[in-house]
Design a binder for this molecule. Sequence first.
Ligand SMILES: Nc1ncnc2c1ncn2[C@@H]1O[C@H](COP(=O)(O)OP(=O)(O)OP(=O)(O)O)[C@@H](O)[C@H]1O
Length: 260
Amino acid sequence: MLELKKIRKSYEGIEVLKNINLKIEKGEIVSILGPSGCGKTTLLNLILGLTQVSEGRIIFDGEDITQMPMEKRGFNIVFQDYALFPNLNVYENIVYGLKNKPNISTTKEVQDLINLLGLGKHLTKKIEELSGGQKQRTALARTLVMKPKILLLDEPLSALDGVIKESIKQKIKEIARDFKLTTIIVTHDPEEALTLSDKVLIVNEGQISQFGTPEEIIKKPANDFVSEFILRQLEIKRNNILELFWDGNNRDRKEILQVG
Ligand SMILES: Nc1ncnc2c1ncn2[C@@H]1O[C@H](COP(=O)(O)OP(=O)(O)OP(=O)(O)O)[C@@H](O)[C@H]1O
């Protein structure tokens, strides 16, 4: 279990996270959702260990890891831009981290992940030859071979669309379930958060507005901010879908309806 206790973070005297208390169970998929600048990335970086808290404690499986450096925490992140090595092919990217820690995954485990993520046909390709979805799956494989204790994903679907987005969503769910891997995802898209996660953490101006299951958030929004943020964003999305629908572009229409 990951526990955040009374976490505060300030930059140059300005408090960007204010008294964050949170418990995330092993194997849960949790989305951190909120408007731009509310503190999502800061929270992710604090968990990862890339940034230090100003106050409060972070406890993982009973151990206080607040002061523990990032490399010792054993959490791992897939960045929004995937951060793949352009000079290495897909397979070399996937096994890159194993150079220094060769015993973490066996050859069979690497192969199983490649199969799970459907990358078998692409192993000798250069990164520039891959589609967005293939890059995302390569970045996921590269992270998962290191057997992270927690998987952190920064806007994992924002560069993808339609059917590809849906298939990556399914893969993330499958991985979290099969490996019982706690997965924390930053997103600004309510639809993504509500359809992908077991629980959604809604942050507004550095504070938790609500932490609950998608059903709780839709049926019992804790305050006006939650209901307005969720409804407004879903409404914008719905209007976009309707616009595309009326565009008469059948391909777009089909993809969107499948996703919906
Ligand atoms: N290194 C830093 N130094 C100073 N201020 C920072 C730093 N990093 C973040 N901030 C400030 O902290 C606040 C929260 O930023 P953060 O990146 O966590 O928000 P976010 O919710 O992830 O935003 P977005 O969705 O736009 O990425 C913002 O006001 C930002 O300007």
